[in-house]
Design a protein around this ligand. Structure first.
Ligand code: NAI
Length: 793
């Protein structure tokens, strides 16, 4: 046989990684694990344990404590007790602890990689070369933030005690993404690993002991969803960070609505992998291997929807099939394996069910001729073609090694198809034309865009979703901010209920009040609009004098305003300079009319406040004119041959419930940061003095603000909040109000998981520009998109 023939026929021999060290570690713990609470091992109060299995053969690895609410309580109490000392440590000392953890992860990397593969089923090549090195990188990076904390975030404090719930697909990496920033910012925490994969979190608990982390700072409670639920509901938790399914994310959002717990959610995805006809096709096929067969496709940002330009579809599919034929599937501890085991039987059955449903809906299924191991949970790499964009396999997360392929003709169609999903986590664009790639990247609704590369991660580059993929970022400066609050905010006084009950409706004909024609109208799409109801609300001065009437907006008016705001999304594409010009023009026009506006406003809030509101309002507009072209993103230099361009993008269409007591300044303080960065807005102005709407819309009309960028619907918050919060085309709600109002804003917007930002029922002094203006608001008005671009040959 010639060398060339041998080369073709050559089979890989088995190259198993030695599990001895991991087995010895399991034996040292007698294959039975308690919770890690207050720096030591604590048996579960109810004495219950569950088994964790090796998915490559279905055998039991160990039994692990099932956490009850009593266990969660013990862990939270330990974290609370440890909090004052930990947050009071100097940044340098905290940095040293994190640095120690990074070193220990590297020192024990082999044990951690093998254990991860045994518990999860992922190929050792991945856990060894990707997961564990990224874990170490995360702790190094955040050791750096701990060191710089006081310099870089002087006016912030940690959230306090954090509850963290992670999934099974990247067990130790997700732990690192959660624990490193939490500790760096000075929080103590309770983390619950996923029930399928608790072992590396327990090994990490050992590293915490070795690193000398004080007892109670890191607590690990194992268990299933019910343990997670107890953690979410615990009253002593200040923040919940969750990664997992959108369904559970939604439940957590509902469960935390009535509390002040901060929440960050990293949820599912159905990420597009777009290949243009000028792409390096072989390169894109390798990218796809990493995109959908990495970790058996059990990746929240998996490139699970292949969108191919029609002209290259046939040749691309054929190249993909050729490559699929060379993928090696088998026992994941084998170093030459590409595709390992599915995490658990239920997940395997879920994948099988969804693929069968996709085929029933018309998709063509192709799989390479692979013999699956006789034991364990395996599913072959699969490609479904002729997939209709509405099919379940094009819309729902399969979380398995299954690619759904579709075609498009033009870049516009590619963007439409790519964005045709409730998710928005990641995306890939393959094209040799940098212009096409970046043009498309800018239009994709996703937190990450990889140009000509796939599934790259780094601690310095924030990761997280748009839309139902969640909110908040992990990694980067923005990820750290998720674990901190401005110092003043947490201690701000409670806002007393400032909105009177809604009076019964009076028919305009019998009321004897001024007719509807003399009523301040709504402002929708740049035009004054009569309210759908025909009703109005009386506006009275503090001593009861009738000041005028404002239109009583209803659900239909909100719908019209949302439509107008959506149509005006071109505002986001206006240049920052252009937006700044419009804002300065607003300031100029307010200055011209300040006496007149102040004298009207005085009838509701008194002369002194009215003058202050107008004067501060002019300044505030100037400030956001200034910010409009200065709230820039960043360029990261991850340790690869890539740059990651972190863009501060607008969230989209935002509903704003304005403060009642400062009708002009409160409105401007919330609406301006949003429009300065390109959002469009539907604002419900002060209930106390909605007549300010007329002054505002004259201001906008005369200042070249495009119609629809700001829409104003007057009326009662108790009637307008619901349609705004429930509207699927509203991307975020900013709600200023008392505790009950902000709790309902959060509860009502669980449906499409829109971002909600509130004052948490606390008072904000709108006259104090140090707290009521600037970066804090702009950070909430934007979401970061990281666009990864490779360089070099
Ligand atoms: P899951 O969302 O149920 O589990 C994730 C974590 O949440 C686990 O630690 C679990 O114990 C915990 N949990 C479950 N119910 C909870 C509750 N009510 N309150 C608090 N914590 C709770 O995900 P699961 O069942 O493991 O997987 C189901 C599907 O979810 C997968 O097929 C996949 O589509 C998706 N998924 C997405 C992930 C992502 O990273 N985007 C990760 C894991 C699953």
């Amino acid at each position: 046989m010639s060398i060339a023939e041998k080369f073709v026929s050559m089979e890989y021999g088995p190259a198993p990684e030695d599990p001895k060290e991991a087995q010895a570690w399991l034996e040292r713990h007698s294959r039975k694990f308690h919770h890690f609470i207050d720096g030591g091992w604590l048996a579960p109060a109810a004495g219950e344990y569950f088994d964790t299995l090796d998915p490559s053969n279905g055998e039991k690895l160990a039994s692990v404590a099932q956490g009850s609410s009593a266990d969660v309580d013990a862990a939270v109490r330990a974290a609370r007790a440890a909090s004052p000392k930990w947050r009071a440590l100097t940044p340098h000392l905290r940095a040293r602890y994190l640095y120690n953890l990074a070193r220990l992860v590297q020192k024990h990397s082999r044990l951690l990689a093998v254990l991860e593969t045994m518990d999860n089923g992922k190929p050792i090549r991945e856990s060894r070369d990707i997961d564990i090195p990224l874990v170490a990188r995360h702790f190094y990076y955040h050791a750096g933030w701990a060191q710089l904390l006081e310099q870089e975030f002087p006016d912030h404090e940690p959230c306090g005690v954090v509850g963290q719930i992670i999934p099974w697909n990247f067990p130790l990496l997700m732990l690192a993404w959660k624990i490193a920033p939490a500790l760096a910012a000075g929080n103590t925490l309770v983390l619950k690993p996923a029930e399928f994969t608790p072992l590396t979190a327990l090994a990490f608990a050992g590293l915490c002991q070795e690193a000398g982390i004080p007892g109670g700072v890191v607590n690990i409670v194992t268990g299933d969803g019910s343990t997670g639920e107890s953690l979410v509901k615990h009253p002593e938790i200040d923040k919940i960070a969750f990664t997992g399914s959108t369904e559970v994310g939604r439940a957590i959002r509902g469960a935390t609505a009535a509390s002040h717990k901060r929440l960050s959610l990293e949820l599912g995805g159905k990420s597009p992998f777009i290949v243009f006809d000028d792409a390096d096709l072989d390169g894109s096929v390798e990218g796809l291997v990493d995109g959908i067969w990495f970790n058996q496709g059990q990746v929240c940002c998996a490139g699970s929807r292949l969108l191919m330009q029609e002209s290259i579809a046939e040749v691309l599919i054929s190249k993909i099939r050729d490559r699929m034929n060379t993928l090696r599937l088998g026992p994941p501890l084998d170093k030459a394996i590409d595709v390992g085991a599915i995490v658990a039987r239920v997940q395997l059955e879920r994948i099988q069910r969804m693929v069968a449903q996709g085929v029933a809906e018309g998709a063509t299924c192709w799989q390479p001729q692979i013999t699956l191991p006789s034991r364990g949970f395996y599913f072959p790499p699969t490609i479904l073609s002729n997939v209709h964009p509405t099919s379940i396999v094009a819309q729902q997360e399969i979380f398995g090694p299954v690619l759904a392929a579709m075609t498009f003709r033009t870049p516009k169609e590619a963007v439409e198809l790519a964005n045709n999903t409730v998710y928005g986590l990641a995306s890939c664009v393959w094209s040799e034309s940098i212009n096409v790639a970046l043009h498309v990247a800018a239009q994709l609704k996703a937190g990450v865009v990889w140009v000509n590369c796939t599934n790259l991660f780094d601690a310095a580059c924030g990761f997280g979703g748009y839309r139902e993929s969640g909110y908040g970022r992990e990694g980067g400066r923005e990820g750290l901010l998720e674990y901190m609050e401005p110092k003043w905010f947490k201690h701000a006084p409670k806002l007393v209920a400032d909105r009177p009950p809604v009076p019964p409706l009076q028919d305009p004909a019998d009321s004897g009040t001024p007719s509807i024609d003399r009523t301040i109208k709504l402002y929708i799409g740049g035009k004054q609009a009569r309210p759908d109801s025909g009703y109005s609300m009386e506006v009275r001065s503090p001593d009861g004098a009738l000041l005028g009437e404002a239109s009583l907006g209803n659900r239909k008016d909100i719908r019209n305003a949302v439509e107008a705001a959506r149509k005006a999304e071109g505002w986001a594409k206006a240049t920052a300079h252009n937006r700044a010009q419009v804002l300065y023009y607003c300031a100029e026009n307010l200055a011209v009319r300040q006496d007149e506006i102040a004298s009207r406003l005085a009838s509701a809030v008194g002369e002194q406040q009215a003058k202050r509101e107008v004067a501060s309002g002019i300044e505030r507009i100037f400030s956001y004119g200034a910010w409009a072209d200065k709230f820039d993103g960043a360029v990261h230099n991850p340790p690869f041959r890539n740059i990651a361009i972190a863009m501060n993008e607008p969230i989209g269409t935002v509903g704003v419930i304005c403060p009642s007591e400062t009708p002009l300044l409160g409105f401007l303080s919330l609406v301006l940061p949003l429009i300065a960065v390109g959002n469009t807005v539907i604002a419900v102005p002060s209930e106390k003095y909605p007549l300010i709407a007329a002054d505002l819309y004259q201001l906008f009309d005369t200042s070249d603000l495009p119609g629809g960028a700001v829409n104003i619907v007057t009326g009662y918050v108790s009637q307008l909040l619901k349609p705004l919060a429930e509207h699927d085309d509203v991307d975020a709600i900013w709600c200023y109000g008392d505790e009950a109002t902000v709790a309902s804003a959060k509860a009502m917007s669980t449906g499409n998981l829109k971002q909600v930002w509130t004052n948490e029922g606390r008072t904000i002094d709108w006259f104090d520009s140090k707290v009521a203006e600037g970066r804090w608001l702009l950070e909430h008005a934007t979401q970061v998109k990281n666009i990864w671009v490779p360089y070099g040959e």
